[in-house]
Design a protein around this ligand. Structure first.
Ligand code: PHE
Length: 465
């Protein structure tokens, strides 16, 4: 039985986006989040700046976009949750059940990422009242650091962290529970433009108040001496993370994409927007970091130490700082929704569970797992797996640097080599034939080879050193 000949659904049981713009807003809502604003700057700082940025950009354009087109195509072709979509695609291609791993591992990765994502988003929520109350007025580097990670600091107070982690999770569960139309569509329509606007205001602000030349040089002046395979793996993993790629999110959203839209054009637009926002976030943060003598490699706390310090020392800083942390929290919500969606859809389809019940159940699981990440920054910070990983570090490494790249690799191989090329071509419907040839070549050869190489050498480098 082949799906080409049977009538395919032009819509999904979970709904369909009303307009092309709605898909673009939702997909960029998923892509743009803590990855752009919190994670990109801190891992760029940890990995030495510009050379890392260059690899990251190469990974986005040479590997990320082609695989993202493939993943979206799978979603629109299947119009179901990632797991059930993969089941259908496997049947239609007479392929081995092995490929179900794309749906299974991705859905699991979503819940694992959500567990720590909502903890970090909780930090951002917790910082809104702190900035609004003027707590940072006149702080020094040492005191901004103490407020965040000192003995009596924000991170040490795990009850407060659990409170904000809970608030974030409850709102996420509520929005996902309301369903794709009423919840997501309404949320992103308002959130995304607001976010871009706020970030641009902050960019102007940082260009005036920060050390812009030094910040820009750190991000863009190529310095190969900082390169190693593990940094390359972090850059690759982050390219997947920031594009919401390799775990079914974009597949689940693709299921709601109208049939006549061009996947390649839409996805390229989303990826460019996502990358631009990360670079703007970097250009907001690093000039402030350098103007205030903060260590660029300060780790996950970079944004939470550098920005309040800067905001605390200039006029209007409390207002800009409050706005900034509201912006980060909003961006995190539209991403968290995408992390939860694949698993929720699957429970609905497979077990006929109600949407609200499914969201509550999975949100609950992620919330409990998230406690491990909360404690990684206080009472469990000494417990390290293999002398390296706290629970938070371990989950981040496992998901970003293992599961997402592997998921992306499997998607490239499945779409490139296993599916019938005519089916793929018909669904993607690329008008420009040289672009289509280039896409096939990259998907079949370049992307799998590059991911495999960076993955193997990066993991080796991580554990050999
Ligand atoms: N892309 C989101 C971010 O950058 C995180 C995310 C990853 C969301 C995977 C969905 C799926 O913050």
């Amino acid at each position: 039985m082949s799906t080409e000949n049977t009538a395919r659904p032009s819509s999904s049981i979970h709904g369909i986006w009303t307009k092309r713009w709605t898909f673009i807003l939702a997909a960029s809502g998923s892509a743009i989040g803590l990855g752009n604003i919190w994670k990109f700057p801190y891992i760029t700082g940890e990995n030495g700046g510009s050379a890392f940025v260059l690899i990251y950009l190469a990974c986005i354009f040479a590997i990320g976009i082609p695989i993202m087109i493939a993943e979206t195509m799978l979603g629109r072709r299947g119009r179901k949750s990632p797991i059930e979509t993969m089941r259908d695609m496997i049947a239609a291609s007479n392929a081995s059940g092995f490929w179900l791993i794309i749906g299974l591992m991705g859905t699991l990765a979503g819940i694992l990422i959500l567990s720590y994502y909502s903890v970090i988003a909780g930090w951002a929520l917790g910082y809104i009242p702190k900035l609004a109350s003027g707590e940072f007025a006149g702080v020094t580097g040492a005191s901004a650091n103490a407020i965040f990670s000192g003995e009596q600091g924000f991170l040490s107070d795990y009850k407060t962290l659990i409170f904000w982690h809970s608030v974030f999770t409850i709102v996420t569960v509520y929005i996902v529970g309301k369903g794709i139309k009423t919840g997501l569509e309404r949320a992103v329509r308002f959130l995304m433009p607001a976010l871009v606007l706020l970030l641009l205001i902050l960019l102007v602000y940082s260009a005036i108040e920060g050390d812009f030349a030094k910040g820009a040089q750190f991000l863009f002046a190529f310095d190969a001496s900082k390169l190693n395979w593990n940094s390359a793996l972090v850059a690759l993993g982050h390219a997947f993370f920031t594009l919401s790629l390799g775990m079914g999110s974009i597949m689940a959203y693709g299921a709601y994409m109208p049939q006549q839209d061009s996947i390649a054009k839409t996805i390229t637009l989303v990826a460019v927007l996502d990358t631009a926002i990360a670079l703007i976030a970097g250009l907001v943060i690093f000039p402030l970091v350098f103007a205030h003598g903060i260590e660029p490699g300060a780790g996950p706390g970079l944004m939470f130490i550098s920005l309040p310090l800067a905001f605390g020392n200039i006029s209007g800083g409390a207002i800009f700082g409050t706005l900034f942390f509201i912006l980060v929290s909003m961006a995190a919500w539209t991403s968290a929704i995408a992390l939860l969606e694949p698993a929720v859809c699957w429970l609905i389809e497979r077990f006929k569970m109600g949407r609200q019940k499914a969201a509550l159940l999975l949100g609950g699981i992620a919330w409990v797992l998230g406690l491990g990440s909360v404690f990684s920054f206080n009472i469990w910070q000494e417990y390290k797996l293999m002398d390296t990983f706290t629970v938070f570090d371990g989950l981040d490494f496992l998901t970003s640097n293992i599961m997402l790249p592997l998921g992306g690799l499997f998607i490239a191989l499945f779409v490139g080599w296993v599916m019938k090329p005519e089916v793929v071509d018909a669904e993607i419907d690329m008008q420009n034939s040289s672009l289509r040839t280039a896409w096939w070549f990259v998907l079949r050869y370049i992307a799998p080879a590059a991911v495999a190489l960076v993955f193997v050498l990066g993991v080796y480098n991580k554990f050999a050193s």
